[in-house]
Design a protein around this ligand. Structure first.
Ligand code: OOG
Ligand code: MG
Length: 263
């Protein structure tokens, strides 16, 4: 099969897997040519389809697999990134329906909101912070379109890094108000602590993950744009969700964000 056909085929299958809530098998076995570079092209195609079919638009990006906890959990050794769409955004405390999702999991994350462009090739932690207008607590809801969350890095990249929904806390903070590296985090499910962590769990500093992505985006002629939001990746392992569950991610100095789930 020629490359453009492979890209179109995988993107279509992933789109339909999400729409019909029918998970698929990983693609690397069927398409050995699916490497990371090709997978990012599939992701672009998938986002194009979703924007058109769901009448939505891009609002930012997400990092994935930036913490050791997540890399060990998923058996990969490198981060990934994906696109956040307006249709994925939910509000703090707003009930989130699980019915469109296959096997959703929740992750505590730190969100960055930019008011300047962040463009590679040599973006540093300081550059990211200088372009950040606000940071805020966030919860990401991931949902792999692969059976049992079983995938290689390339598969997950094609699947837009398992993006499904995200919630950003209502209160925004200037990035210099806190030490993002040392910032403590407590993640609770139904009032019980399910994980704890610090900002440094994300590649030593959450802004380092964002810098990594900006430098990767540069290689394909892209950048983080002013106004975009970036989720810097989970500080701990992802936690399964059932209807009725309530999650709170609390961060030292920037408050908390809540996610509640219904059928
Ligand atoms: C990939 C996405 C991981 C994170 O924050 O690490 C991710 C996955 O584990 O399905 O969003
Ligand atoms: Mg995440």
């Amino acid at each position: 099969m020629i490359k453009t056909d492979v890209i179109a085929q995988i993107a279509k299958e992933l789109f339909l897997a999400e729409r019909h809530k029918t998970p698929v098998n990983r693609f690397v076995d069927r398409y050995p040519e699916l490497d990371e570079a090709l997978a990012y092209q599939v992701q672009e195609e998938l986002i194009e389809i979703k924007c058109k079919e769901e009448q939505t638009k891009r609002v930012g990006r997400k990092l994935g697999l930036t913490s050791k906890a997540k890399q060990i959990m998923m058996g990969v050794h490198e981060p990934s990134y994906g696109v956040l769409l307006e249709s994925m955004q939910m509000f703090d405390g707003e009930p989130i329906s699980l019915s469109p999702l296959i096997h959703a999991k929740a992750e505590p994350e730190i969100a960055f909101i930019f008011n300047k462009e962040v463009k590679g090739p040599s973006v540093s932690v300081a550059d990211v912070l200088a372009a950040t207008e606000f940071i805020a607590p966030a919860i990401e809801i991931i949902d792999s379109r692969f059976h049992g969350f079983s995938f290689t890095l390339a598969d997950a990249v094609a699947d837009n890094s398992s993006s499904a929904r995200f919630i950003i806390g209502d209160r925004f903070y200037a990035p210099d108000q806190v030490d993002l590296k040392l910032m403590g985090m407590v993640f609770k499910k139904n009032g019980e602590v399910v994980s704890t962590g610090a900002g440094a769990a994300v590649m030593g500093h959450p802004a380092r993950a964002v810098a990594w992505m900006a430098n990767r985006l540069y290689k394909i002629g892209q950048s983080i744009k002013p106004g975009e939001v970036v989720l810097s990746g989970s500080l701990s392992g992802a936690v399964s969700i059932a209807p009725g569950d309530q999650f709170t991610a609390s961060f030292d100095g920037i408050g908390s964000v809540e996610a509640v789930f219904t059928e």
